[in-house]
Design a protein around this ligand. Sequence first.
Ligand code: ATP
Length: 363
Amino acid sequence: MADINLSRITKSFGDYRAVNQVSLDIADGEFVALLGPSGCGKTTLLRLLAGFEEPDGGVISLGGQAVADPANRVMVNPEARNLGIVFQSYALWPHMSVARNVGYPLEVRGLGRAERDARIAKALATVALEPYADRNPTELSGGQRQRVALARCLVMEPRAVLLDEPLANLDVHLRETMQQAFLDFHRRTGATMIYVTHDQAEAMAMADRIAVMDRGRIRQMAAPETLYREPADHMVAGFVGAGAVLPIDDVAIHDAGRCSVRLGDAAIQARICQKVASNSDMRNGRDLGLCLRPEDIWVDDAGTLRGSVEDCVYLGGRFRLMVRLDGDQILPVYATKRARIGEAVGLVISDGWVFDRTEDEAA
Ligand code: ATP
């Protein structure tokens, strides 16, 4: 079993707390992305899991067994954890053939030639690189090199695969192809995968669940569509997906889950997070935010929400307008037609998400 559990993991470097009370439960076979801005602690969390760093506090368990638990002096070394790791730099040996690179970890462990060859062939087949076995890494593209690195990690039959920004060095077209290759690999093998990235589109395209990190903490862990439609806080709302987050101070809550928000002259029907259950919550000092996504906003002359076009960019198939509202807030809007800069437009908003910003301030 490759269930992975982290309970209140903390790690500091000097005075700086890189990972702060992180708890995570990852199920066997799950594909989880760790997403967050540079320096938020993603790589440190991966290194703690792999056993390259020891936590200051908390417990890490693999398959129900503690592998790091400083309070009980447990620290299992990286080899014994049997986790495969793929880094951004492929770390291949240039003077060795692809097959030898892949088989090297088996050579180090003293496996016989026949078993090595069988496992190398299987790992190369998994990443569709059998025809390249005798080439040198220098004769391969970046994407092929990354697949060799993945095969080298698979040859050890790890219980889970940890990937640290594996596509960061590839150009945009190759990244998409490789995303598909990782997804195909995940579907075929059912391996547990933990994928570090700062690219939200990459995380959304690949992961079953995404843990959004910020300053050493996990702000929200959820399926990509939940993060996008129901962000837990200001940071997640802004970091995941396009859109705008507006402060609001006039909300009427209709019933559990729905409310009406006043924006300029328009009343917007929106969904509301469960924490804000009643109108009196607002009077109790909750600070609310309204998250709007561009696909829920339409240019429509009949719209009571008025603004002027600040910017218009062709995205291929549609335009993205930036519309400044009379109240000075700026909304991104998709449109089928080009708009003139300065043009006055009406907007209709079909959906929004109201969340509690109070905890944001505390974080
Ligand atoms: P990036 O996306 O830029 O790689 P990250 O989210 O992976 O960032 P980490 O590499 O985990 O971030 O680093 C988190 C913080 O801890 C950073 O401020 C970093 O400078 C600090 N840090 C990481 N490793 C060490 C170390 N060995 N010694 C001192 N500080 C460290």
